[in-house]
Design a protein around this ligand. Structure first.
Ligand code: NAD
Length: 498
C-alpha cells in the first residue's frame, strides 16, 4: 500500500510505528497510509530547521523572492497532478481543487514582493544626532497545523509568508489528505529552497502537542475546528509562543426583498453545496427578509437544489463530490436528523444518496431545511456538509442580529440592490469578513483572512501584511552619532526629545 512519509531535511525521513488510513472518498476503501509522528520525529525536523535557518534568514530578500517565483512556476507546471492528488484524497471536484491550489498560489505571488513589504521604517533626526529605525526579523522556526478541507490553499497561506520572511517552517497537515503538502515541500526544494526550510511532519494530537511544547518553535499558525483551535491557542500561548488559531464557522447569507433572486439562488447553490459544504466560508444559513421574500426564494431554491449533480471528484460535470470520510458522512447525516427532531422542516433530504457504481463512496445529496430557528442545536453548531438551513427574519434589524449574535463570526454575505442597507450592514455586523452581493468573501491574498468570535483566537489574520507581521518580530534601533562636543545632558533622567 502507498505510504506517505514525513518530509524532513529535503527527503522522506524517519521511521514510523503508527499509521493513519487515507480513504478514497469516491469508493469508500483505504487508498494509502500516512506515518503518524511523535516528539522524536519533530525533534529531527527542528534540528534540521535550526541548522538551515540562519543562512536562509541571511539570504537577501530578493534571492528569497526568486525562490518564490520559481516555486510558483513549478506549482503551475504541476497543477494537473496536484489537483488530481488533492481530489483523490479530499473528494472535491478537480476544478475546485485547482481553485484551492490557485488561491494558495496567490499568496505566493504576494510573497514574490517580500523585499518591498519587509522594508522597515526610518526616522531621521528624531533628536540631536539621533536616528531611529525599525526592521522586521524572522521568528526563527515556525509551524503550521492545517485542516483537511483546503490541503493546498491553507498550507500555502502559512508557508509562503513564513518562508519568504526568512523563517524555517514545519507543517503538520491534516492526516486525512496529507499528500499535497508533501508534494509542495518537494517543489520548494526543486525551486532552490535550502533543505530544512520547508518540512512536513505528519500526525495527530501527539504531534500537535509536540509542536506546541517544543521550545525552539516560536510561532504556530493553526486552522481547524474551534474547540481544537482554542486548545492550540491556549497551550501554545502558555508555552510562550505567538499563536494564531482559526476555527469553525456558520456563515449567514442575508437576502433583502430587493435582491436579484435568480442571482442569489445561483450564488447560494455554489456557496452552500460547493465542495460538499466543507468550506469554512460556505454559506450554510440563508436569511430571507420578510415572508414574501422567503416564499419567492424557496420556490426558486428547491428546483435549483434538486438539479445539482453529485458525482465522483473526476466527473467534470459534477457540482460537488463526496465528503472526506465515512465518519464525516455519518456526522453530517446525524445533524440532518437532529434538525428534523428539533422541528426544522425538511424540504430536500440528501440522506441515503447512492451514486451508481460508487455505492460505498461518502456521498450526501443536497439537503434543504426551512423554518430553522435560533434555539436549535443544528443552527448553533457547524454542520460542514451539503446542508442549507433557511432562517426567516421579519426585517433588516432581525436579520442583522442573527450572524451578529451567533457564536461564530467568520464570514457573512448580504444580497441587495440597496447601497444604504449594504453599507449599514457591513458597518454594524459582528463578523470578520463581509460580502456584499459576494457569497464567499475570502479576501484576496494582499488583504488578510480572519474571522471574529469563536472563529479565530489570537489577534493576527492570515496572509497579506498581517501574515508578514505574524511571522516576523520588529526590532527598533535608536542610534546616535555624536559630533564630539560634550552633550551636557543629565544621564540620570529618562531621555526625551525635548
Ligand atoms: P480539525 O480541528 O479536526 O483538525 C485540524 C488540525 O488539528 C489537523 O491537523 C488535526 O490533525 C489536528 N487535530 C485534530 N484533533 C486534534 C486534537 N484533539 N488535538 C490537537 N490537534 C488535533 O479540523 P478539520 O476537520 O480538519 O477541518 C475542518 C474544520 O476547520 C471546520 O471546523 C472548518 O470550519 C475549519 N476551518 C476553518 C478555517 C478558517 O480559516 N477559519 C478554514 C478552513 C477550515
Amino acid at each position: 500500500m502507498r505510504q506517505i512519509d514525513h518530509f524532513i531535511s529535503g527527503g522522506a525521513g524517519a521511521s514510523a510505528t503508527r499509521f493513519g488510513d487515507i480513504m478514497d472518498p469516491n469508493n469508500g476503501g483505504v487508498q494509502a497510509r500516512v506515518a503518524l509522528g511523535d516528539a522524536a520525529v519533530l525533534e529531527r525536523a527542528v534540528q534540521a530547521a535550526s541548522a538551515a535557518q540562519p543562512a536562509w534568514a541571511a539570504t537577501n530578500p530578493q534571492r528569497r523572492a526568486r525562490v518564490m517565483f520559481e516555486f510558483k512556476r513549478l506549482v503551475e507546471a504541476n497543477m494537473d497532478d496536484l489537483a488530481h492528488m488533492l481530489s483523490s484524497e479530499h473528494g472535491k471536484v478537480i476544478a475546485d481543487s485547482k481553485g484551492d491550489i490557485q488561491r494558495g498560489l496567490e499568496v505566493i505571488e504576494f510573497c514574490c514582493g517580500i523585499p518591498h513589504v519587509m522594508k522597515g521604517e526610518y526616522s531621521q533626526g528624531a533628536g540631536p544626532g539621533i536616528d531611529v529605525y525599525s526592521m522586521r526579523q524572522p521568528i526563527g522556526i515556525g509551524a503550521g497545523i492545517t485542516p483537511f478541507n483546503f490541503p493546498g490553499m491553507i498550507p500555502l497561506w502559512m508557508c509562503g509568508p513564513a518562508i519568504a520572511t526568512g523563517n524555517a517552517f514545519i507543517i503538520k497537515p491534516s492526516e486525512r489528505d496529507p499528500s499535497v503538502p508533501v508534494r509542495l515541500a518537494e517543489l520548494f526544494i526543486e525551486a532552490g529552497l535550502p533543505e530544512g526550510i520547508c518540512q512536513v511532519v505528519h500526525g495527530d494530537k501527539e504531534m500537535v502537542d509536540a509542536i506546541l511544547d517544543h521550545p525552539a518553535i516560536g510561532a504556530v499558525s493553526f486552522v481547524g475546528s474551534s474547540d481544537i483551535a482554542h486548545y492550540v491557542y491556549n497551550r501554545g500561548v502558555a508555552n510562550g509562543k505567538r499563536v494564531q488559531a482559526m476555527g469553525g464557522a456558520k456563515n449567514h447569507g442575508i437576502v433583502m426583498p430587493d435582491a436579484d433572486l435568480d442571482q442569489v439562488v445561483n450564488d447560494l447553490a455554489g456557496a452552500a453545496f460547493g465542495s460538499a459544504g466543507e468550506r469554512c466560508m460556505a454559506l450554510p444559513v440563508v436569511v430571507p427578509v420578510g415572508e414574501e421574500t422567503a416564499e419567492r426564494l424557496k420556490a426558486k431554491l428547491i428546483p435549483a437544489i434538486e438539479a445539482l449533480r453529485v458525482g465522483v471528484s473526476t466527473d467534470a460535470q459534477a457540482h460537488y463530490g463526496p465528503v472526506v470520510t465515512a465518519q464525516h458522512k455519518a456526522k453530517v447525516e446525524g445533524w440532518i436528523q437532529t434538525c428534523v427532531d428539533e422541528g426544522g422542516e425538511l424540504i430536500v433530504d440528501g440522506r441515503g444518496f447512492k451514486l451508481q457504481g460508487h455505492e460505498e463512496g461518502f456521498f450526501i445529496g443536497p439537503t434543504l431545511f426551512d423554518h430553522v430557528t435560533t434555539d436549535m442545536e443544528s443552527y448553533k453548531e457547524e454542520i460542514f456538509g451539503p446542508v442549507l438551513q433557511i432562517v426567516r427574519a421579519a426585517n433588516f434589524e432581525e436579520a442583522l442580529a442573527l450572524p451578529s449574535k451567533h457564536q461564530y463570526g467568520n464570514g457573512v454575505a448580504i444580497f441587495t440592490r440597496n447601497g444604504h442597507a449594504a453599507r449599514e450592514f457591513a458597518a454594524r455586523v459582528n463578523v470578520g469578513m463581509v460580502g456584499i452581493n459576494v457569497p464567499i468573501p475570502v479576501p484576496v491574498a494582499y488583504h488578510s483572512f480572519g474571522g471574529w468570535k469563536r472563529s479565530a483566537f489570537g489577534d493576527t489574520n492570515q496572509h497579506g501584511m498581517e501574515g508578514v507581521k505574524f511571522w516576523t518580530k520588529v526590532k527598533t534601533i535608536t542610534q546616535r552619532w555624536p559630533d564630539g562636543s560634550p552633550d551636557g545632558g543629565n544621564a540620570f533622567v529618562i531621555p526625551t526629545m525635548g
